[in-house]
Design a protein around this ligand. Sequence first.
Ligand SMILES: C[S@@+](CC[C@H](N)C(=O)[O-])C[C@H]1O[C@@H](n2cnc3c(N)ncnc32)[C@H](O)[C@@H]1O
Length: 265
Amino acid sequence: MAATVPGAVRVIRGDARRLPGIPAGSIDLVLTSPPYPMIPQWDAQFGALGARGPVAMRRLLAEAWRACRRVLVPGGLLAVVIGDALRRDAGGFRLWPNHAHTLIDAERAGLRPLPYLLWKKPTNRPNAYLGSGFLPPNAYVTLDCEYVLLFRNGGPRRFPAHEPRREASRFSRAERDRWFSQVWGDVRGARQGAEGRRTGAFPPELAARLVRMFSVVGDTVLDPFAGTGTTLWAAAALGRNAIGVELDPGVYRALAAEARRRTPA
Ligand SMILES: C[S@@+](CC[C@H](N)C(=O)[O-])C[C@H]1O[C@@H](n2cnc3c(N)ncnc32)[C@H](O)[C@@H]1O
């Protein structure tokens, strides 16, 4: 097999709701994981953008899905890695179904929902429970899956017969059988940042698999909530061009420095 030529990486400091500098119809795949509404880790960042509470947080992400639709090519795909949240409100303990909201909001943005994946994270605490322990009926199911929600901008992408970039992106039968079954239990969670700082990064293997499943060599892959850049490094290593958008100045600086470090002189 021919060696893959790494793709170019570009990082932009900006807002996922605007996607500055990215022309309409220029992105083949959006692969991202946004801040999750109602997870305390992200409260301050949502708050700084004027989104306090679940309705405003959801509305903010819906704006980002509309921007993604604008920049996708016809037939381009959006893959959103997202988990639900568990949190108390005035009525007590409850689930905040971020995956359901994303499905509805991305469809409202004009994208077509496709069958999605469930990423079952290996848990260190297989017997973990919340609530009333061993006495029914008030114990709660452990939340150990995240969703990889998939959407397409219109109908399938069209390629000429035997298009070389597509042929070079082929996966094996074994990969197909493993990757396209709905529950993924074989991808470990990502290591978090230094000094235990939580970055919300997803594992490189998850990004690489999704890039191979839903784009071809030479495509352009966008992560509008780029964070530590997992999507960008995976996409570039697989011969796709990558664009990352990140709002937080400190996270952006680290991302830009890493992009420079990885760019061959
Ligand atoms: C869940 S993390 C993404 C993690 C990423 N997948 C990785 O592997 O590192 C979400 C990121 O989105 C950024 N962010 C939050 N709101 C944003 C916005 N409106 N526009 C762009 N980036 C934003 C945060 O600073 C954070 O770095």
